[in-house]
Design a binder for this molecule. Structure first.
Ligand code: SF4
Ligand code: SF4
Length: 381
């Protein structure tokens, strides 16, 4: 175990642009039993891949034989200002997705750190992990002294806050571990739990993905339950509410990595323009962004639902065109939205498409036509 090598590795990680770096021993993560109980209770919702590879999270040697140390790094992302108050046809995107795809940025830097280590320790082996392998990253970040896991289940660093991306470099070199972060600094605060628009926290540190907008808008395939569609509140990809309210993010520094800097087109995107854009061009535009995870179909589904909840009449022609989309999920969401808008042109478009060959779409159209126009600021004339 070399303290001197560890110090130089940390200096190299900082030189590569990481904002924080620490070393954890390669042990079974303490929260693994809790992770299994969380899975057993169905909290992973439709993310079947978590259960499928659950055993691999029991120990990082499932990812690298002979592993000795886990080097945890973090990158601050985004800017302090949030993307609130979008215009009537604009939507909100989670901060981490407003720039380039963070996976590539993190992974490339970790690979460079590994190359450095392999020059220092010829014959050593390692593996870069950037949210792509079964590793309980937050647990290892805590073990590496990077912060504590807050009641909102995010890793929080006293100085950097929680808008950080975590990466890991697994190595078969014995490095000097850092002291684990054993304390929590949430105190009596419950802001994140209180602010969640969908009551997704069943208690402190307990997140039920079945109620989380990040799950519904990013991971979930197929129609979104009406209860949650109604609560999207403009979030077309992810949700930052439980981080935005956290006091530890008030004075957090902005991200320094240019590739992750927010881009105008992904910060408050015009979702009506998305609906009107041809499929190939939107798919192309999403390439290299984190939004690509939801795919065009997921994003258009979310966009249609948001415009429906806002009863945005200007969106009727584009939503009507979506009733001819190749993707049945997009057609069903457009039907829901048109039913919500309930104007004559919206209902006409629904009637024309009542015979949709896909049963779940024709059922969505029937429900939209059967539902009386909701009361509210828009009369649906
Ligand atoms: S991301 Fe949004 S919906 Fe999910 S737990 Fe946080 S506040 Fe709730
Ligand atoms: S909002 Fe409060 S309770 Fe929630 S993570 Fe931040 S400090 Fe902890």
């Amino acid at each position: 175990m070399s303290a001197e090598l560890t110090d130089r590795l940390k200096a190299e990680a900082r030189r590569l642009g990481f904002d924080q770096v620490g070393v954890a021993p390669a042990v079974s993560p303490p929260s693994y039993p809790r992770f299994l109980s969380w899975l057993d209770a169905g909290n992973a919702a439709g993310m079947a891949y978590l259960a499928k590879r659950a055993e691999a999270r029991a120990h990082p040697d499932s990812l690298l034989a002979g592993i000795q140390s886990v080097v945890m790094v973090s990158f601050v992302y985004g800017r302090p200002e949030s993307a609130e108050a979008p215009g009537p046809t604009q939507a909100k995107v989670a901060r981490y997705a407003r720039g380039a795809d963070y996976h590539d940025v993190l992974w490339r830097r970790l690979e460079r750190l590994l190359e450095w280590l392999q020059v220092e320790c010829p014959g050593s082996r390692g593996r870069a992990v950037a949210d792509t392998a079964p590793l309980l990253e937050r647990d290892f970040a805590r073990l590496a002294g990077l912060g504590w896991v807050g009641k909102n289940t995010m890793l929080i660093d006293r100085r950097l806050g929680s808008y950080t991306l975590l990466g890991a470099l697994l190595v078969d070199v014995s490095l000097q571990p850092d002291p684990p972060h054993l304390t929590s600094h949430c105190g009596t605060c419950t802001r994140c739990l209180d602010a969640c628009p969908t009551d997704a926290f069943t208690g402190p540190y307990q997140l039920d993905s079945r109620r989380c907008l990040s799950y519904w808008t990013i991971e979930h395939k197929g129609p979104i339950d009406e209860e949650f569609a109604d609560k999207l509140d403009g979030w077309v990809f992810g949700c930052d509410v439980c981080q935005d309210v956290c006091p530890w993010n008030r004075k957090a520094p902005p991200g320094r990595e240019p590739a992750l800097a927010p881009r105008a087109e992904w910060t408050n995107p015009d979702i009506l323009a998305w609906l009107s854009r041809d499929a190939a061009s939107l798919t192309r535009a999403l390439k290299g962004t984190a939004l690509a995870r939801a795919k065009r179909a997921g994003l258009l589904r979310n966009a249609a639902l948001i415009l429906g909840t806002r009863r945005e009449r200007d969106a009727v022609p584009a939503l009507a065109n979506c009733l001819d989309d190749a993707d049945p999920g997009v057609r069903a969401a457009a039907a829901w939205a048109l039913g919500r808008i309930g104007s004559n042109d919206a209902l006409t478009a629904l009637r024309i498409h009542a015979g949709d060959p896909e049963p779940r779409v024709s059922a969505a159209i029937a429900r939209a036509l059967a539902r009386p126009t909701p009361r509210g600021p828009f009369s649906g004339a």
